[in-house]
Ligand binder design. Structure first.
Ligand code: NAD
Ligand code: IPM
Ligand code: MN
Length: 350
């Protein structure tokens, strides 16, 4: 029997709740579809930080590098550990150290779910750059606390980084509707985004079967809301993609729906699967977090591991569940456990 080794990092707040709801579904899918899952949990989190002075052990990345995939809940508890410490101590180093340069995020309305828009038919795949750009971490502060204080945070766009994410966007567009939207801001950012546009043009010549359109980020933000049905594959820099994918989550009914895969398509490092949302301290501990984004991310993980049948079954069960209780999900009146049980109950067998 094939065994997949998964590093599970529940993290903080509702991260632990949505992972608790997802693991039984993964176990059930494995049992029914005839493969084994070795799930090893890592308690790296803000609690871990308060005990050990760091978010993960010094060799944390090396501990997870050998796994087949990583499943993560959410990281951050700003009342106890500053966000720039917790996120730069765990989530961001995983993305960067494993060079998971693609962050693929899916936005569509599931059956029965009431989104905030009139548009009901949209299916957007947002390809977000995940290792550089506005998140390069380059910069510093001087003259702290004085009137002369300076803070510098420099975006870094490399040809290698820009080309590989745009290429992945073109490849996905080729596999889907043949249409790519490239997100820019070259009217204001005259170095980095003009460069981004130039590389887009260079690749467009190579992918002549893909129709590429450039949109400025501000106009794209409006388009996500006004005409989401006009979009298919969207490729964006790290920060633009971060913001757009919270809008994407919002139009699909809320943060509890948006799933993501952090990938390196050209190496054998483990990919990481996680919901787009954070640890939601405002609702943590109340049993009302929507686990669908995480369960969907776990389905993406199963597909990535080659378990297509199990992945399709989990996705089907999610759709059946939302068709049944979707309208109640909007006001959080369906609890995390109820959604988990419904998905478990409707999980199809091979
Ligand atoms: P958030 O995504 O945690 O929450 C934003 C809003 O969406 C909140 O009102 C929350 O209740 C709601 N929400 C989020 N997920 C939900 C779910 N599954 N079901 C129902 N409602 C849900 O964003 P935030 O409040 O800006 O951040 C909280 C913490 O999480 C911070 O520490 C932040 O840095 C961190 N964060 C982590 C990740 C990650 O680990 N990938 C992502 C985003 C934010
Ligand atoms: C996300 C999150 C992270 C990001 C934060 C928590 C650093 O918002 O995964 O979208 O900006 O990438
Ligand atoms: Mn985000």
């Amino acid at each position: 029997m094939k065994t997949h080794r998964i590093a599970v990092i529940p993290g903080d707040g509702i991260g632990t709740e949505v992972i608790d709801a997802t693991l039984p579904i993964l176990r059930e899918a494995a049992g029914r579809f005839g493969f084994a899952l070795e799930l090893q949990s890592f308690d790296w989190s803000c609690d871990y930080y308060l005990r050990h002075g760091r978010m993960m052990p010094e060799d944390g990345i090396e501990q997870i590098r050998g796994f087949d995939a990583i499943l993560l809940g959410a990281v951050g508890w700003p009342a106890r550990v500053p966000d720039d410490v917790s996120l730069h101590g765990l989530l961001l180093p995983i993305r960067k150290s494993l060079d998971l340069y693609v962050n693929a995020r899916h936005h569509k309305l599931l059956p029965g779910v009431l989104g905030p828009l009139r548009a009901e038919k949209f299916d957007i795949l947002c390809i977000r750059e995940n290792t550089e750009g506005e998140y390069s971490g380059a910069g510093g502060r001087v003259h702290r606390g004085t009137g002369d204080e300076v803070a510098v945070e420099t975006s870094i766009f490399t040809r290698r980084g820009v080309e590989r994410i745009l290429r992945y966007g073109f490849e996905q567009a080729r596999k889907r509707g043949g249409k790519l939207a490239s997100v820019t801001k070259s009217n204001a950012q005259k170095h980095s985004m003009v460069f981004w546009d130039e590389v887009t043009e260079e690749l467009a010549a190579e992918y002549s079967d893909v129709a590429v359109t450039r949109y400025h980020i501000d106009a794209m933000a409006a388009r996500f809301i006004m005409h989401p049905e006009s979009l298919d594959v969207v490729v964006a820099s790290n920060l633009f993609g971060d913001i757009l994918t919270d809008i994407g989550a919002a139009i699909q009914g809320g943060l509890g729906y948006a799933a993501s895969a952090n990938l390196n398509p050209i190496s054998d490092v483990p990919s990481m699967f996680e919901p787009v949302h954070g640890s939601a301290p405002d609702i943590a501990g109340r049993g009302i977090a929507n686990p669908i984004a995480t369960i969907w991310s776990a389905a993406l993980m199963l597909r990535h591991l080659g378990e297509e049948g199990a992945a399709a079954a989990v996705l089907q069960a999610i759709e059946k569940a939302t068709a049944e209780i979707g309208s109640r999900l909007a006001d959080n009146s369906a609890g995390t456990g109820e959604i988990r049980e419904l998905i478990l109950k409707t999980l199809p067998t091979p």
